[in-house]
Design a protein around this ligand. Structure first.
Ligand SMILES: NC(=O)c1ccc[n+]([C@@H]2O[C@H](COP(=O)([O-])OP(=O)(O)OC[C@H]3O[C@@H](n4cnc5c(N)ncnc54)[C@H](O)[C@@H]3O)[C@@H](O)[C@H]2O)c1
Ligand SMILES: [Zn+2]
Ligand SMILES: [Zn+2]
Length: 361
């Protein structure tokens, strides 16, 4: 049983991705099969292909997706065939110690489908972030599907599934940006530009975008940055101080994932300011600082997993803001591509040419 579809698979570490036949099982209890309509290309897909996440090859890549529910398994009541949904990679369990304490965005037991998708020879596939949506259909846990307003285009709605949500949430939820705040965002890629947009939505009056690439700074301005700093040409700590009356900004969002950027954001913070770490470091990176600086500057240092979002609360709300014209999600879509163009999209991403390439099926 099950359905044969085409999917983008990373067979070996570092090798180019390939279009393969993928067997998608019929949904079991608590599961759903989704017909994918669009899926964004994220850096994490490339990290999987390079063996930077786990060694569980082969991977079925893709995880920033929207589509229609094709079928649901036993006991699924939250969604039904035909529903337009955005997929998420943190389906909360409702029962772990974080969920029981009323902090489900930290859920320590998020879940995916129980059954495995496989290659036609039976080799089981590891779906990227438990999704695997560079495919005509994919199998997920029903809790990974959030119904949203169908008036949003799939290539736009799907973006909320990963990087754009992480950036928006880093500002709105983790950073708790509020009216009148000054905010500095380090790294103006897809995540950082979303953090700029989130800071604007939350009422920040000064939003400073920092990057090494003038093209990215231009994009940040398009998303509402009031000022930009080219960190390849000037010291961002000094530049931010001079833009904030000599004191530093209230909230910093590190959307690069590098200790030197963390150190700049840390040093440029106003007293009692907040630093949000949404960029993902590699295991070899180290932080070192005089402990008195940590104590003496006060405030908060906060990692942000998926922007501390709750998909069922936030995806419909953000799609609502998009449909009202208050959140420009269209601007993140640099290009739409076909399923067999993911490898080229990885190269464009590595060259910094796109915010998001989105596969449309
Ligand atoms: N926390 C989460 O849940 C989550 C989710 C998705 C992505 N991420 C992470 O967010 C980070 C950003 O993702 P992205 O898709 O925007 O990547 P990206 O590569 O598109 O953007 C990174 C940007 O940082 C800039 N940059 C590099 N070095 C810099 C420096 N020293 N100073 C200033 N800017 C610098 C680059 O020019 C680029 O514009 C990645 O680490 C990614 O893994 C985190
Ligand atoms: Zn939980
Ligand atoms: Zn991602």
């Amino acid at each position: 049983m099950g359905t044969e579809v085409r999917g983008v698979v990373a067979l070996t570490k570092g090798g180019p991705v390939r279009l393969e036949t993928v067997l998608v099982p019929d949904p079991g209890p608590g599961e759903a099969v989704v017909t994918v309509q669009a899926c964004g290309v994220c850096h994490t897909d490339l990290h999987y292909r390079e063996g930077g996440i786990t060694d569980d090859f082969p991977f079925l890549l893709g995880h920033e997706a929207a589509g229609r529910v094709a079928a649901v398994g036993e006991g699924v009541t939250s969604i039904a065939p035909g529903d337009f949904v955005v997929l998420n990679w943190r389906a909360v369990c409702g029962g772990c110690r974080a969920c029981r304490r009323g902090r489900p965005w930290y859920c320590f037991a998020t879940h995916n489908a129980t059954q495995k998708m496989s290659l036609s020879d039976g080799t089981p596939l590891t779906p990227a972030l438990g999704i695997g949506a560079f495919a005509e259909q994919t199998l997920v846990a029903a809790g990974q599907c959030t119904k949203v307003d169908e008036r949003a285009r799939p290539e736009v709605a799907g973006l909320l599934g990963c990087g754009v949500m992480a950036g928006l949430g880093a500002a709105m939820f983790t950073g708790e940006v509020g009216p009148g705040d000054s905010v500095a965002v380090f790294g103006c890629g897809g995540v950082g530009c979303a953090a700029v947009a989130g800071a604007r939505l939350a009422g920040a009056t000064t939003v400073i975008g920092v990057d090494l690439d003038p093209g990215k700074l231009e994009l940040a301005t398009g998303f509402g940055a009031t000022h930009t700093v080219d960190a390849s040409a000037e010291d961002p700590v000094e530049a931010i101080r001079s833009l904030t009356g000599g004191f530093g900004a209230d909230v910093y969002i590190e959307a690069v994932g590098h200790p030197s950027v963390f150190a700049q954001a840390f040093a440029a913070r106003d007293l009692a300011g907040t630093l949000v770490q949404v960029g993902v470091p590699t295991p070899d990176m180290r932080l070192e600082m005089p402990m008195i600086d940590f104590f003496g500057r006060g405030g908060r240092l906060k990692p942000s997993w998926y922007g501390d979002c709750l998909p069922n609360r936030d995806f419909p709300m953000l799609i609502g803001l998009y449909l009202q014209g208050r959140l420009d999600l269209d601007r993140f879509v640099s290009e739409t591509i076909a399923l067999d163009q993911v490898e080229e999209a990885f190269h464009r991403m590595e060259r910094g040419e796109v915010l998001r390439s989105v596969v449309v099926l």
